[in-house]
Ligand binder design. Structure first.
Ligand code: NOJ
Length: 519
């Protein structure tokens, strides 16, 4: 399989995802900004994270929180200037950390000048930049479209919301009866790809360390097996190998065998599609609940399938959450959150911690949608730093905030958890420290599942590197349980709540427990 040569720092990268709107507002306008983020870099480093993924921060009408870009080369003024972003890169690097920007290659906003030009009746440089049919009466089937707003006689395919027109990278198998379907090697499709490389070049030259790529599998149309899209990303890989060999590429694709072939370094496990990720934290009976009625087996089966296909490389990233899903603390609570992190921080692939998950920030129910967030809005509320005005997020009046803060009694804050040895924050920090000390627990350590039976607890796996083997035992259920795994734990590396005991090769595990042991 052709994968890009992995930048060394990715091997033990632990990412912190920042939704820039909601992290820290330095100028009191009610929305987060780059200077605010710079002021909190030491906090992120203190937690132990050494890399950042920041959601889109480019000019946009914000119909989809910035995933509707209107200028790829300028940051949105509400976050600061391009020079401020450069300063953020520099400050990140000063702390020996790395930062990925969010690249949105599949679509733009309807307000992008490319789209405005492409709507014109006269042919111009941007006529073929998007996927247009050649008659307003014909819709691009199965894609949704924008129609009736242009002088141009045609309908334009969309890639996500109906204000996000699909950029034209060509069709893998253009239908000869539909002349508007252009091939991947048509002039228009090739120009779009070159324009994408120019954007990447611009930010990489300025100092970003790579990209999280939005909907990376969506680019080439009529491409059922993704062969065209893989080819397209291989082309990007060649460009990066020759100009930016250290740039890291992480895809939102959810099919690591495909994305790694396309030259991505890592792929995300997604909360939709066949991954069974939701069985863990986000379903009626999550595995990580102390009710102990969940099932981890389907997740493990799917994970293994992908792991084999990805040639056992630890390149599948499991996030604690992200800006698109319910907060992890919506469905699981208390020590179960600590146990969830003991799992997340001992799996292969780079862990991604969504801002605020490290203190167990809650999902805010029933919020009115903000910037196309809809049900996602409840996971995008301001970071809770302390108990001062607006939880320390902003000096603005509460009604001016981008999204309201969690004002419920007992809401978690950084200030309260920093000083509490037993807090979730301190547990996450400890677990990160342990991961950093043990190569077996890091991205590329191998994994073998030892116990992951249907509807059963505990859950156990072995992580190994050349240097060491570590047995991980997880029992979120509120009851003691036992199993046989063929390994006898030796030295303890970590445990939460109690101790396991071993009798005749049978391991008995306390309730609500997580432990790591050298074997
Ligand atoms: C995935 C992003 O994570 C999500 O927030 C966005 O709405 C869609 N892609 C469209 O870009």
């Amino acid at each position: 399989m052709k994968t890009g040569k992995q930048p060394a720092w990715l091997d033990n990268a632990i990412f912190y995802e920042i939704y820039p709107q909601s992290f820290c507002d330095s100028n009191g306008d009610g929305i987060g900004d780059f200077n605010g983020i710079i002021g909190k870099l030491d906090y992120i480093k203190g937690l132990g994270c050494n890399a950042i993924w920041m959601n889109p921060c480019f000019a946009s009408p914000f119909g989809d929180a910035g995933y509707d870009v209107s200028d790829y080369y300028s940051v949105a003024p509400r976050y600061g200037t391009n020079a401020d972003l450069k300063r953020l890169f520099d400050e990140v690097h000063k702390r020996k950390m790395h930062i990925l920007l969010d690249l949105v290659p599949g679509h733009t906003s309807v307000a992008h000048k490319w789209f405005l030009e492409s709507m014109k009746a006269e042919r111009n440089e941007y006529t073929d930049r998007y996927v247009w049919t050649d008659s307003i009466w014909e819709e691009p089937q199965g894609m949704g479209c924008i129609r009736g707003i242009s002088d141009r006689d045609g309908s334009c395919a969309v890639n996500f919301f109906s204000h996000q027109p699909a950029l034209n990278y060509g069709f893998y198998k253009p239908d000869p009866a539909k002349k508007w379907q252009q091939a991947m090697d048509s002039e228009g499709a090739k120009a779009t790809l070159e324009a994408l490389k120019d954007i990447m070049r611009f930010w990489l030259r300025m100092g970003c360390d790579g990209f999280r790529v939005d909907m990376a599998g969506s680019l080439v149309k009529n491409d059922e097996e993704s062969k065209g899209t893989i080819k397209l990303w291989q082309n990007v890989r060649e460009f990066l190998d020759s100009e930016f060999p250290d740039a890291a590429m992480v895809s939102e694709w959810g099919e690591p065998d495909k994305s790694l072939q396309g030259g991505f370094h890592m792929d995300f496990l997604l909360h939709f599609g066949p991954s069974h990720y939701n069985d863990l934290f986000r379903c009626e009976e999550p595995y990580f609940s102390d009710r102990g009625r969940g099932d981890v087996s389907a997740f493990v089966e799917k994970y293994l399938e992908n792991y084999e296909k990805a040639e056992k490389k630890g390149l599948i990233c499991i996030p604690s959450g992200n800006h698109d899903m319910d907060r992890i603390a919506r469905g699981i609570h208390g020590d179960n959150l600590k146990i969830a992190f003991a799992f997340l921080l001992s799996m292969p692939g780079a862990p991604f911690i969504y801002y605020g998950d490290e203190i167990g920030m809650r999902y805010l129910e029933n919020l009115t949608s903000v910037e196309g967030g809809y049900s996602r809005t409840g996971s995008r509320s301001p970071m809770q730093w302390d108990d001062t005005n607006n939880a320390g997020f902003s000096a603005a009046l509460a009604e001016k905030l981008y999204i309201k803060t969690d004002d419920s009694v007992g809401r978690p804050t950084v200030a309260a958890q920093l000083g509490d040895e037993n807090s979730l924050y301190n547990e996450v920090r400890r677990l990160i420290g342990i991961r950093q000390e043990h190569t077996a627990l890091q991205s590329r350590g191998e994994i073998a599942f030892l116990y992951a039976e249907k509807n059963a607890y505990p859950f156990a796996y072995l992580r190994s590197s050349e240097k060491e083997k570590i047995l991980v035992i997880i029992n979120p259920a509120d009851r003691e349980t036992s199993f046989v795994c063929g390994y006898v734990p030796k030295e303890k590396i970590y445990s939460l709540a109690g101790e396991i005991s071993v009798t005749d090769g049978k391991l008995t595990v306390p309730p609500c427990f997580a432990g790591y042991y050298a074997v």
